[in-house]
Design a protein around this ligand. Structure first.
Ligand code: GLN
Length: 524
């Protein structure tokens, strides 16, 4: 079922293979009929993740990239929408003349051919396929059937991830038994079972002892050897999972299937996990947004903060604050306890004025601030309104005004279709030397990912040259970043949180935490 952490388990196995020099690439199957995630609301589906090639994908891709430390591309995502769109187009073109087009073999062949050609094209040793949804859902039956067929043609290892609940103090194996029986009825026999156990905490019980009887029972009913059953306990940090699975010997299981692999090198990974668990300092960071009630809506920002905190040896406590609360100026006092503030990306008018008040508070109190995409756009609006005194300044996204200091990108004016049409993916930011941004990146040109329709209006950008300045542009036109001259705040049109990796934190998040630490030290 959803929420079990399939993405984290998949990423952990990818990493376990990667540290042994195996070229393992992920592949995600999603049964929904959207072509991609771009048109989904974060309330329904968490964050939309954007890859460097501009693909809008499921947030599991964020987990894969953060664990693997590599950039992936949209070819690793196959959705029901993509498959059916292609098959129906082919049918209309007459590619199946004379045939009736069916789930088997047309849809299943499409999936198998796609996998085989991806495997070849990427020159991969292993493709690790994550099937979205739950076994038994209508949405993913054709993916599961394709994988059953594939196992007759290629070497396929099946891993079942199940939930092991605790009721009245007793671990219950029934859901696992029934799920296993269901998947066996589809002709698939799992080789490995991973038991997700929220009731078992790794930090309070690192020896991971559960009753031998439980494992015996699962082994007997599911016909999987005891040594191929692994525990997935609750962890303080998800980055511990590859180590915890390896401690239990999952690598031996994988080697049985793949042959002997080279010895792993976990040095840097372990150092970072240790640093997360034993920080020397603590920082309080507030994220002021409008999807704060949705788990995972800001997951990449939370993870980017964890990556930077592991490098700097600090614990970051991130609090989500609903922006509309700050429409009332009185509420701004609540911000005093925070060492730094993040204004994330977003769409639509709701909560905007609250965020602008928070930005004004940060500017006046020189509180470290990081504005991401919409966050940067609002820093510009706040500057025009409160520093330059142009009260009508706004974004065309929220209001028709002659002071549309944030306006539609020219290439967006002719676009009416919503799917995949924003300015998406990696674009260069040309950074001005001598700025805070340059201090952060130590480079003239960097590539960061984007997802927006609006930009700083080039008609007005020359006016950003006082307390706020422009620190990066694209093609000499699009404002890619602004910052306060005094150096306590940066806003960027990009989403640097999307490219941050556990072993390679985003330079901008490192900069932000360093600033927040400095401010905290000064205050003490
Ligand atoms: N809504 C704004 C735009 O489309 C900002 C987008 C974002 O924050 N990702 O430009």
């Amino acid at each position: 079922m959803s929420g079990l952490g399939k993405g984290i388990v998949t990423s952990s196995i990818l990493k376990i293979l990667d540290v042994r020099g195996v070229k393992a690439i992920p592949m995600k199957f999603d049964g929904y009929l959207n072509v991609d995630c771009g048109t989904m609301n974060p309330f329904r589906h968490g964050e939309v993740f954007v890859l460097e090639d501009g693909s809008e994908v499921d947030m599991d891709f964020g987990t894969y990239e953060r664990f693997l430390g590599k950039n992936l591309d949209g070819e690793s995502s196959l959705t029901g929408g993509k498959i059916f769109k292609k098959i129906i187009e082919d049918e209309r073109e007459g590619k199946f003349l004379g045939e009736d087009v069916q789930f088997i073999p047309h849809v299943t062949n499409y999936i198998k051919d796609y996998l085989k050609s991806l495997y070849k094209k990427k020159n991969a040793d292993v493709v690790l396929i994550e099937v979205g949804g739950t076994v038994g859902d209508i949405e993913n039956t054709y993916f599961i059937e394709a994988l059953r067929q594939l196992s007759l043609e290629e070497d396929v290892l099946f891993i079942q991830l199940t939930y092991l609940p605790k009721l009245g103090g007793i671990l219950k194996t029934k859901p696992t038994q029934h799920a296993n029986r269901l998947i066996q009825s589809f002709g698939i026999k799992p080789n490995i079972i991973i038991l997700r156990m929220p009731s078992l905490s790794y930090s309070s019980s690192p020896s991971l002892k559960i009753s031998k009887e439980v494992i015996k029972k699962i082994s007997l009913f599911c016909s999987v050897k005891e040594e191929n059953i692994f525990l997935d306990p609750d962890l303080d940090f998800t980055y511990e999972l590859p180590l915890v699975l390896e401690e239990q010997g999952i690598n031996k299981c994988l080697e049985e299937f793949l042959g002997k692999l080279s010895p792993p090198n976990w040095e840097s990974w372990k150092k970072r996990v240790e640093s997360l668990k034993n920080p020397s300092k603590e920082l309080n960071i507030a994220l002021v947004g409008k999807y704060t009630k949705v788990k995972d809506a800001y997951i990449s920002i939370e993870e980017a903060l964890i990556h930077a905190s592991a490098e700097l040896g600090v614990r970051v406590r991130t609090k989500m604050l609903e922006s509309s609360a700050f429409e009332n100026h009185e509420a701004l006092k609540k911000l005093e306890v925070f060492d730094g503030i993040i204004i994330p990306g977003g769409f639509g008018k709701r909560g905007i004025e609250g965020k602008i008040n928070v930005i004004e508070y940060c500017r006046e109190n020189k509180k470290p601030i990081l504005g991401l995409c919409l966050g940067m756009q609002l820093m510009v609006i706040e500057y025009f309104r409160n520093v330059l005194g142009i009260k009508q300044a706004n974004s065309l996204e929220f209001e028709e005004t002659e002071w549309d200091v944030i306006t539609l990108l020219p290439e967006q004016r002719l676009i009416s279709k919503k799917g995949g049409t924003m300015r998406l993916g990696g674009y260069e930011m040309e950074i001005k030397e001598g700025t805070e941004l340059f201090n952060a990146y130590k480079k003239r040109v960097v590539i960061e990912r984007h997802r927006h329709r609006y930009e700083v209006n080039p008609k007005f950008s020359h006016m950003i040259k006082g307390e706020l300045i422009v620190s990066a542009t694209y093609n000499k036109r699009i404002v890619e970043a602004v910052e306060y001259k005094e150096g306590f705040g940066i806003g960027t049109q990009a989403h640097p949180e999307l490219s941050s990796k556990f072993e390679k934190p985003s330079p901008l998040f490192l900069w932000f935490l360093r600033k927040s630490m400095l401010k905290k030290d000064k205050a003490n």
